[in-house]
Design a protein around this ligand. Structure first.
Ligand code: THU
Length: 137
């Protein structure tokens, strides 16, 4: 699966967005290090806070099916180059520190970023590992 195919899957997923409140559609497709593809769309809820972004829908589908390492993730939305929100950047950090992040308008119009570019100086699982070695105070 190349980048164009992943973007195409994200565009397909975007059609499933349930967005009666914002009317802003987002689609996501990711490929795991073991070459499985998962897609997701944003889903909005009338009380607003339970709303979930397309990226987290796709990532949580992957994790819940036992695939924990993201190799690449493509995002498409209704704005010109829709970037993942802060919360989704942190979730990508958990499962795809080295993932390629593809921000696309179409298969022919995309940009590629690293997580470090989108979330510099990030906090992650390793920070907690370091802390475990310390004695309780
Ligand atoms: N949204 C996403 O799905 N992904 C993002 O990274 C940006 C925001 C959704 C959430 C909400 O349904 C709509 O876009 C407007 O914020």
């Amino acid at each position: 699966m190349d980048k164009r195919d992943l973007i195409s899957k994200a565009l397909e997923a975007k059609k499933m967005a349930y967005v009666p409140y914002s009317k802003f559609h987002v689609g996501c497709a990711l490929i795991t290090e073991d070459e499985e593809v998962f897609t997701g769309c944003n889903i909005e809820i009338s009380s607003y806070s339970p709303t979930i972004c397309a990226e987290r829908t796709a990532i949580f589908k992957a994790i819940s099916e036992g695939h924990r390492r993201i190799k690449a993730i493509a995002v498409v939305g209704d704005s010109d180059h829709t970037f993942p929100c802060g919360v989704c950047r942190q979730v990508i950090r958990e499962f795809g520190k080295n993932a390629k992040i593809i921000i696309a308008n179409s298969e022919d119009d995309y940009e590629e970023y690293t997580l470090d570019e989108l979330l510099p100086h990030s906090f992650g699982p390793e920070d907690l590992e370091e802390n475990k070695e310390k004695k309780d105070v």
